[in-house]
Design a protein around this ligand. Sequence first.
Ligand code: FPP
Length: 235
Amino acid sequence: MDSNIRIPKHIGIIMDGNGRWAKKRFLPRNAGHKKGAEVFQDITRYCNELGLESVTFYAFSTENWKRPEEEVNGIMSLLKEYLIKAFDYEKENNRVLFLGDKSAFSGELLDLMNDIETKTADRDGMTLNIALNYGGRDEIVNATKEIAKNVRSGKIRIEDINEKMLSDNMYTKGQPDPDFILRPSGEKRLSNFLLWQSAYAEFIYMDVLWPDFTRKDLDEAILEFNRRNRRFGGV
Ligand code: FPP
């Protein structure tokens, strides 16, 4: 990529269009998720090569449990498969974090999630955030509860509550806010993704379906981000 191009610090990606990709090919929806998981791996590697500090993928929302059981199970086994393989990626040096309410998970999947977070915690490369059972509103509610507990116990005063404190109680604590949110598949919604963190994010929508998404598409998105003029409320 051209050296004049500003590489974002953090990109949020909504991996959308897996179902439509499969439908177009008369395949089951899970075939779309399988191809989507492959793209997720390749784009993660590319974000690393580009030198991003953080990338966040929306893998499963708090609302996605409403999908048919077969589809939910399919997504969970893909995740398991990825997490088992992920341990081989020692050389990639990513710190891996799961953003979301982990209390919905148990057994092998939860063990894998905890293990991978612990084993990668001290890595100094890119932070790979995988949003799982994640909801932006849910995250804000949880942060509020944590802060309220600290007020009740006398650790902090109400006057101490500020934006930084809220940020520090989000799953993304210590990470830069996303520079842009990328949503492929033509949909133009935020869908409860990184609500607090996206206050100043650019939104980039692309027509390509996630399973067809390539490194070149990410280059396009970064170029589009560079064309936008960010003023953060100033002039
Ligand atoms: C949205 O497309 C996609 C999902 C809800 C699941 C995303 C999951 C994966 C890519 C696989 C597992 C993830 C990892 C990290 C290995 P959709 O099904 O809503 O597509 P549609 O709008 O075309 O129906």
